[in-house]
Write a protein that binds this ligand. Structure first.
Ligand SMILES: *Cc1c(COP(=O)(O)O)cnc(C)c1O
Length: 421
């Protein structure tokens, strides 16, 4: 459920008409709903009620500080995958003890920043990384709390580019080697082993892969405890999928996911962390764009929008589907026709949808891409020297620009010309 509904014939974000935002900030833009962000966070938080837990929002999904602050004030921790994300979370007011550092290639510099600024835990992904964290922690005279990310070799049944839990993926250490790697961790200075981490992929639409993995984690917990490790925290990753197409079967709900967690690892008495990103932000954001031209091609009509693949890359990168709806509600029974919906970038890949049935649209009409809140703005670029599009946050009847559109001067003046030219 989200808070983007038609009212009086026009699409609203909470109590603000999108036409009003478009008039003020111009198109294209991203818009997020505070109520939807909070609703999704609370669904996870409530699903784990009764167990000691922390929901660490995977901020790579949508990392604007206004979003982070909204969630942090509701009690969320953060899962970060880079120094930049760590610093951004801190800037948004999230204390280090609520920040988990994930990622397969943390550099010495990144590790140092987190150890100096405070960190809840590092999720370690390899032995060389473990050696570096140990060395830096020892040098700083601090103890780094760590989990080790295990790769359970389970098929997440999702798009290949976002599956992370198979043995051929670069993530984690093979679960079969866990004993050996935990023993190494226990022997190194500057580290305190506190738990186990897994994350098998994103946009999972079934619970079965989670069930397989969490059972393996439960077994591993008991094994590692019997080997003398004080396993007291389980980071179970993120990955729960969202319904991108309204017509499809709905993925499992957070409450079902929470029940699964309690059923599979609840008996271990561990503190539970989860790292949802997409489910919190995905349906809490839209991208709003304007039709520039309607072009009649050979046997098909193109809707050419002012938004493009550089603004929302998911269709080009993952063949992702986004529902695209007109901002002005079509009359009931209004005539529909198929369009190829494309952006202005000079690549055929800049196609959002092919032969999508839409009500008849004309130049100047606004359309909204649903489910664009996660992996949307954060993956945008300035390809074709197109400015990063603004982000807007709505809270009831208020809205604020939370990242302005840069001017062309700002963009162009970032280049520097060498002296010899
Ligand atoms: C990307 C990622 C997540 C979030 O995945 P979602 O599918 O957005 O929930 C969580 N943990 C780690 C380690 C990740 O890399």
């Amino acid at each position: 459920m989200d808070h983007f509904l038609y009212r009086d014939g026009s699409l609203y974000a909470e109590d603000v008409p999108l036409t009003e935002i478009a008039a003020e900030v111009g198109t294209p833009f991203y818009v997020y709903s505070t109520a939807t962000l909070l609703r999704h966070f609370r669904l996870f938080d409530e699903a784990l009620e009764g167990t000691d837990h922390l929901v660490c929002y995977a901020m790579k999904a949508a990392s604007n500080q206004a979003i982070l602050k909204t969630l942090a004030q509701a009690g969320a921790g953060m899962d970060v995958v880079s120094e930049g994300e760590y610093l951004r979370a801190k800037a948004a007011g999230v204390p280090g003890e609520r920040i988990v550092f994930s990622g397969v290639g943390k550099t010495g510099h990144e590790i140092r920043t987190a150890l100096t600024g405070g960190i809840r835990q590092f999720n370690i992904e390899s032995e060389p990384e473990m050696q570096v964290i140990s060395a830096i922690a020892s040098e700083l005279g601090v103890i780094a709390p760590i989990t080790i990310r295990v790769n359970p070799d389970v098929d997440a049944k999702t798009h290949a580019k976002i599956a992370t839990g198979k043995s051929e993926n670069k993530f984690g250490i093979p679960i079969a080697r866990a004993s050996e790697v935990y023993a190494l961790a226990a022997s190194l200075p500057g580290l305190e082993v506190i738990g186990i981490d897994v994350h098998i992929g994103s946009q999972l639409t079934e619970l079965e892969p989670f069930e397989l993995v969490y059972k393996k984690v439960a077994e591993l917990t008991e094994q590692l405890r019997s080997e003398g490790h004080n396993i007291r925290r389980l980071d179970l990753g993120g990955g729960l999928g969202i319904p991108y197409a309204r017509s499809n079967d709905a993925p499992p709900l957070p409450v079902e996911y929470g029940a699964l967690i309690k059923r599979t690892v609840g008996h271990l008495g561990c503190e539970i962390e989860i790292e949802p990103g997409r489910l919190i932000a995905g349906n809490a954001g839209l991208m709003v764009s304007k039709v520039i031209y309607v072009k009649s091609g050979e046997g098909r009509d193109f809707l050419i929008l002012d938004g493009a693949m550089n603004d929302l890359i998911r269709p080009a990168m993952y063949e992702a589907h986004h529902d695209i709806v007109p901002v002005i509600e079509p009359a009931p029974g209004a005539e529909q026709q198929p369009y190829d919906i494309v952006g202005p970038v000079c690549e055929s890949g800049d196609t959002f949808a092919k032969q999508r049935n839409m009500p008849k649209l004309t130049a100047g009409d606004l359309v909204a891409f649903r489910s664009a809140g996660a992996y949307g703005a954060v993956m945008s670029s300035e390809y074709n020297t197109r400015p990063l599009i603004p982000e807007v946050l709505v809270h009831q009847d208020q809205f604020a620009v939370i990242r302005p559109r840069p001017t062309f001067d700002e963009m162009i003046n970032r280049d520097t010309i060498p002296e010899w030219l």
